[in-house]
Structures are given as C-alpha cells and as structure tokens.
Design a protein around this ligand. Structure first.
Ligand code: M6R
Length: 548
C-alpha cells in the first residue's frame, strides 16, 4: 500500500510531491517523507499534512522523491519512514515492495562498516546501492548492480547528491509509471499522482529501469538494453478520480454502481444473436472452442468475483472452472495443459501474486486471459487477451464498483462462451435482457440507502457478524464479510448457509447477528430453514431478500 512520487523539471518540486502524496493517501499509510536535492530530507508519522507542516516554505529545489509508507519491516516511525540513504548520505531512495534477502544483505553490509538507522529493508537497499556507487560509477550503474543482488519485489526511485540532475527508477513486481511532460518528468507508483500534470505515461515493465533528466528520459532493461517506449495516453480525467461531492470515495464509488454496470456492458450486448461482443477476445474463438478447463486466479474481492464467475461460466457454457487464491496457487504444482486457460481477475492489474500465476502459466505455454480494470496495467499487458471492466478509477481501497463490474464481465464472458457452445439463442437473449435491466435494479437498491443506514446504526456495536448465502450468493456473502472487516473492523465471516449446522451455529446467540442473502430461487426454502435454525438460538437476522 506504499506510494512513490518523484519529480524532475523546472518547477518547485515540493508542491508537486506533496500533491502527489495526497493523491496516494487513499491507499492507506502510516508515515510519509520527502527528499529534495539541495534541501534535504523531511519525515513525519501520520498524515501527509503532518509532513507538509514540517517542510520550510522557501525550498526551491526542482528535483525530489517522496513516499507514503505502510509499515511492513519495522513499526511506523520517522526513522523507518522513507526516503532512506546510504552510509555517506549521498544516495536517497524510496521503495515499494519487499526485499526478501534483506537480512543477509544487511549482515554483509554491517561487516563492511554500514551503520543502520532504521529497521527497514529499504535502508539496506540504499546502503547496497551506496556500496557500488564508487568513484567514476554512475548512479544508474550502481543501482542496477545493487539490484542484481536483491531477491524480492521493488518499485524504486533513487536520487544522488553527486548527480543532482537525475532520477533513476526501477521495477520488479511493484508498479512504476513515468509521467511525460514538457522538459519535466513525473514518477509515481499509481497514475492518480500524475494525472493533474500530464496524461502521457510510460509504464515500466518488470526488469526495467529508467533514467530521467530535466531534458529527456530513457528506458532500459536491467541488463542495459535500450527500450523504445511510446507513451500511453490516460483517458481518465481528474474529475473521475475526485470525490464529486460525496463524503468519501467509497460512498461515491458505491453510488456510481449503476453507471459502472452500464459502462461495463456498453456496446457489448448483442440482442439479435443473444450473445456478448467482446473486442478483447476477437480472434480467440477457435482457441477457446477447444479448451477443457478454466482456472480463475485472483486475490481478495477479485477471487470472490471469480467464484461467481465459476457459477456463471459453468452454468452457461458447461466448461469446468477452478477458482484459486493466487497467493496460494502460485506456490503449488499445477496440473494444467494446453487445453487449459488461466484467467486473472484484478482491478489494479498489478497484484503481484496474480501476476506470478500468469507468468508461470505463460512459461508453461498455457493460454492466459485477464479481467482487468486498469488499462495498460501489467496484468493487462502480460495476458494473451482479455476483457477490460471499464469501471473507471477505483480510488477507495475497498473494492465496490470494481467487484460489481467484474461480475458483469464474467456474465458477458459466460454468455460469449455459452453461445460458442450449446447455449440456445432464446436463453442467450434472456440473459442479454437481464443484463440490460441490471443498472436500473441496482439504482432501486441504492434508493434504499437511508433505510440501510438505519439498520447499520442498529448493529454498529456488534463485535461479530456472520454472512450467509448459498450457490451464487455464497461468494457474495464472503465479499460482504470482507467489506465489514476491512471498513468497520468488526469481525465477520462468510459461510455457506447449509454448513451452519456442521459447527458454526454454536457461535450464534443474541449478540452474534447474521446477514442472510435470501433471494427467490432454487434454494429459497432451504435458506429460510437455515434462518429458522439461527432464530432458534436467539440469533438476530438481517435479510437481503427479494421484494415482497
Ligand atoms: O487489484 P486487485 O483486484 O488485484 O486486488 C486484489 C485484492 O487486493 C482486492 O480485491 C482487495 O481484496 C479489495 N480491495 C478489498 O476490498
């Protein structure tokens, strides 16, 4: 969740870096820091505004790097906040990611005389760069040499007081994007920090580094092969990335859901042929016709969307689907073959575990697809083909609109696959009709927000919550429980309603409420029985139910 910002150009760096840090605040952080060449380093624990207060107003430097930190190695403190420097305070560095072999590197550097001031893996990396940055060695060569000794993930931005007209950035598993201006360049871990300045961006790939000066930029592979990169244009505008009158981004993004569903389906519904038109899969028809198994990989909400995707794809197309948590799957033996497809689901398109599964599949010659929101992101680029969500920027860390759009895209994909197999025209047309009506249905639900708020008030002091559902709605229960934990810090679990009697029912009493998803359909009566079981234990039940 850490954030990187950098600037080199003709303007004062401080306001640009601080604005960039504010733009990244939504990702969560516990401390922040900034280094401006010619002026030094400033750090603060807590909000970016704490840092802002500490920076003198008269700093005129035009080159700098900045960082918001979410503690992984070492507690939140000024000492642990980035930027970190080498022993001689020549090299300054900000870093996202984790240096897995930092302990052995640290021991080696201590033997050579390094004294560390923080508990972080990042300071070890700064010292390592410093150890290679001897006379006549350029900053880029010191950085790339140091990186050959590192195991783990990084997105870094590095500056040096010895070569003050230069920023070096590099990436392996943690995003770095360059903003291309007129004789000025921006660096960030997330485009939202760059958007106010330029829409022209270059995404670094894993294993690449870039040299930025006030006049030009160059991209190379870590083994020094020059890369020709044409900037991409970001189509999102700043307005789309702002709160639009809502108290916070999450609320705004929940309320945007009907538009998001419209956008995800726009131009993709073909009523005449009862199918979906998916430009990103054009030309894949033949390959997809022969596949025997789909393996969906994702993390968190994206994984839960994948579970809904499984229900949809199996139901409409008959293709067997496995859904795997990417952070587990990447470390297991895989029994896939040339008739398998690995499908990555990811809002950001940058989740390292999901990306690792895709890379492994490609290495094995397995076809890869993506359901991704962020255009041009790494997963979008790495997969053989895919479907974009078109949900717009999701600023809130808690997925809301992107989760819905992932499900919409899965419905479109399942329809497309089904119509290339045995799904009938009339069934296909029914599905198209249902998808068309979805935005209006979601609008109706959102109109209930006041009533929903009252229920939330009633239950806000609960310490535990159970979410139950069956079939399609079981992953929705998982996702609901995740949202409650993540946003309200209330312990919550999602459970298959039919599994309650096999143990979890023991927890239920009047202080342990349940949210039940009870929609009319094949398992309606069954879940009503489950609710009866809960009520028999004095459990309170909030139901999301079919009207009437
Ligand atoms: O960007 P991704 O969809 O790959 O992110 C995966 C998860 O980190 C993400 O879905 C997370 O679980 C949600 N933001 C939680 O609300």
């Amino acid at each position: 969740m850490c954030g990187i910002v950098g600037y080199i150009g003709k303007q004062r760096a401080v306001p640009i870096l601080i604005q960039g840090l504010h733009a990244l605040e939504y990702r969560g952080y516990d401390s922040a820091g900034i280094f401006v060449l010619g002026s030094g380093v400033f750090k603060a624990v807590g909000e970016v505004s704490n840092l802002e207060k500490k920076i003198p107003k008269d700093i005129l430097g035009t080159v700098g790097i900045a960082h918001t930190r979410w503690a992984t190695h070492g507690r939140p403190s000024e000492a642990n906040a980035h930027p970190h420097s080498d022993q001689s305070k020549t090299v300054w560095l900000v870093h996202n990611g984790i240096i897995e072999n930092y302990k052995e590197l640290k021991e080696h550097l201590i033997k050579k005389g390094s004294i560390f001031l923080s508990e972080t893996d990042t300071e070890v990396l700064a010292h390592l760069v410093g150890s290679f940055y001897v006379k006549n060695v350029s900053l880029e060569n010191a950085v790339t040499e140091a990186l050959t000794h590192v195991r783990g993930t990084y997105g870094i931005a590095v500056v040096s007081v010895r070569e003050p007209e230069k920023i070096i950035v590099a990436r392996m598993g943690s995003p770095i994007v360059l903003g291309i201006g007129e004789k000025e360049y921006f660096v960030a871990s997330d485009t939202s920090a760059i958007l106010p300045h330029t829409k022209q961006v270059v995404y670094l790939n894993d294993g690449e580094y870039a040299i930025l000066t006030k006049k030009e930029y160059f991209v190379y592979t870590l083994d020094h092969h020059k890369q020709e990169r044409t900037p991409d244009r970001i189509e999102w505008n700043i307005g789309e990335a702002q709160k639009g009158g809502y108290a916070h981004f999450m609320l705004k993004e929940i309320m945007e859901a009907p538009d998001v569903l419209e956008n995800s389906a726009r131009g993709r519904l073909d009523m005449k042929n009862g199918t979906a038109k998916l430009g990103g899969l054009e030309g894949m028809e033949e390959k997809m016709a022969s596949i025997k198994r789909i393996i969906i990989v994702g993390c968190g909400s994206a994984y839960y969307a994948g579970l809904v995707g499984k229900c949809l794809i199996e139901e409409f197309s008959g293709i067997p689907v496995d859904v795997e948590v990417a952070s587990e799957f990447r470390y297991r033996n895989k029994h896939w073959n040339k008739k398998s497809v690995v499908l990555a689901v990811s809002q950001s398109g940058e989740t390292a575990d999901t990306l690792a599964c895709i890379k492994e599949a490609k290495r094995n010659g397995v076809l890869t697809l993506g359901v991704v929101n962020v255009v041009g992101s790494t997963i979008a680029r790495e997969t053989d083909a895919g479907v974009y969500n078109h949900a717009g920027p999701e600023i809130g860390v808690a997925s809301t609109k992107s989760f819905l759009s992932q499900i919409e895209v899965f419905a479109l994909l399942a329809l497309w696959l089904g119509r290339h197999r045995e799904l009938s025209l009339s069934h296909g047309q029914e599905i198209v009709e249902a998808l068309k009506s979805l935005p209006q249905k979601v609008k109706t639900v959102l109109l209930e927000h006041d009533a929903i708020k009252e229920i939330a008030k009633k239950y806000k002091d609960s310490e535990n919550f159970l979410y139950i559902g069956r079939t399609w709605n079981l992953p929705i229960a998982y996702e609901g429980a995740l949202k409650l934990k993540e946003i309200s810090y209330i312990h919550a679990e999602g459970y298959g309603a039919g599994e309650m009697k096999h143990g979890p029912i023991a927890m239920i009493d009047k202080n342990f409420p349940t949210l039940a998803i009870v929609l009319k359909g094949a398992v309606y009566e069954k879940i009503i029985s489950n609710i009866e079981e809960i009520k028999a234990r004095s459990g309170r039940v909030v139901a999301i139910a079919t009207t009437g």
